[in-house]
Design a protein around this ligand. Structure first.
Ligand SMILES: [Cu+2]
Length: 432
């Protein structure tokens, strides 16, 4: 059965709207499976600090035992859906790709059990964290690998705060290409005097998944064709929301195999407030509208969401906002397609997809192989949105009803770009 792009959009909206209210939305959606059991206490709440929202993701549940925060990661094979119509057999933690976000507080001791249910040995590295050498998780260097069926214990005291990551550090090329990674957020020991109203975290990654196949290819070096935010592609990426005037924090992290991602926000400029090396001084007044997030790094940005509207947040590498079927096609720009269509359709079936998708926004062509997605994603209020992949939308509204999908922004009619009238063209001396 083919999934149409209408289905895609519909399911994405339903996923957001069906999610429970307040903290759980949009941090956890309809895809929150068994691994998303609510934690007994939210680090942010217990610490008078706002908890992090991982769009399309969840926070790892924990238990406090004699003052130690106890967590349990289970590395295992996971059937993961990047968007309706595109799924793959990946590796993740606790039934999710990527793993749940770990949230802790600076100064506390964490004890993290790692159970290996993979068919191969693995380890976990705490990326950016200052830990004793023996806890650093590099297989062969710091520890012997965790064999299938074994549970290892990592224990260390958190000596810093900020945005970090965790990932396999054993046969990295394969294990990270299959998805073994997650976010690790440490709240400051002293609660922030002025925490942001919304605190989002997004992990960027990239995959090679040949159309029609179901196993990401870890041997790929350059030609990645599924570019994700929290392991989802637009329009399955959950929207970020903000009420006008709220201060918003977005923690961007990148564990792609080979690509740095310049993440661009529309409608606002932001300040970079931290890297995974630590917070940046407030006197750093340099503002940006795009921020390069290098492989193996995090960048935290903050801004006042003062512009109502629907604002894309996306990688500015144009091939990173395209999916599988948008690559390796003949260059037909400027060609008389009327004369060569027949030949192209006969020899390059994918050409039909590209033409459909870039044109009137038709549904996924029946020529496409099963388990594949066209190069671009969902429909907007005015037609096809010609980006997918590493793309999401920040929805800024005068008021936000928590747990209710805001829908498309209804711009005042006089503020919408439109065809110029004859009178206007004449008045301004423009020959259209
Ligand atoms: Cu990119």
């Amino acid at each position: 059965m083919h999934t149409t792009r209408r289905d895609l959009l519909r399911s994405s909206l339903i996923a957001a709207a069906a999610a429970p209210a307040l903290r759980a939305w949009p941090g956890s959606g309809a895809d929150s499976g068994a691994g998303s059991a609510p934690q007994t206490s939210t680090p942010g709440q217990a610490h008078s600090q706002r908890a992090v929202i991982t769009p399309n993701g969840v926070t790892l549940p924990h238990r406090m035992v004699d003052g130690v925060r106890v967590l349990h990661l289970v590395a295992e094979e996971v059937e993961h859906e990047f968007a309706p119509g595109l799924a793959a057999r990946c590796w993740g933690y606790n039934g999710r790709v990527h793993g749940p976000t770990i949230e802790c507080v600076e100064g506390e001791t964490v004890r993290i059990y790692v159970t290996n249910r993979l068919p191969v040995s693995t380890t976990v590295h705490w990326h950016g964290l200052i830990v004793p050498s023996g806890m650093d998780g590099v297989g062969g260097l710091h520890q012997r690998p965790i064999e299938p069926g074994e549970t290892f214990k990592y224990e260390f005291t958190l000596r810093q705060h900020g945005t970090y990551m965790y990932h396999s550090h054993h046969d990295e090329m394969t294990q990270m290409a299959l998805g073994l990674m997650g976010l690790f957020v440490i709240h400051p020991r002293e609660p922030e005097p002025n925490p942001p109203a919304r605190d989002y975290a997004i992990l960027l990654s990239e995959w090679k998944l040949e159309p029609g196949t179901r196993r990401p290819d870890p041997n790929e070096m350059m030609d990645f064709n599924v570019l994700t935010m929290n392991a989802k592609i637009h329009p399955a990426t959950q929207n970020l929301v903000a009420q006008r005037g709220e201060r918003v924090r977005i923690r961007l992290a990148n564990l792609s195999a080979m690509s740095h991602h310049p993440i661009h926000l529309h409608g606002h400029s932001f300040r970079v407030t931290a890297t995974d090396g630590g917070p940046l001084p407030e006197s750093n007044g340099w503002k940006e509208v795009s921020i390069l997030v290098p492989v193996g790094s995090t960048r935290t940005i903050e801004f006042i969401a003062d512009q109502p509207g629907d604002w894309p947040l996306h990688c500015h590498m144009t091939h990173h906002v395209m999916n599988q079927m948008g690559h390796g096609l003949p260059n037909t720009v400027g060609a008389d397609l009327g004369r060569i269509d027949e030949t192209l359709y006969a020899h390059v079936p994918a050409y039909g997809d590209m033409e459909d998708e870039m044109g009137a926004g038709g549904d996924h062509s029946s020529l496409a192989p099963p388990n594949s997605l066209p190069m671009i994603g969902g429909k907007g209020p005015y037609g096809t949105i010609t980006m997918s992949g590493m793309f999401t939308i920040l929805k800024v509204r005068e008021s936000i009803a928590e747990g209710v999908e805001p829908g498309w922004y209804e711009a005042p009619p006089e503020t919408i770009a439109r065809r110029a009238t004859k009178e206007e063209l004449e008045r301004d001396g423009i020959s259209g």
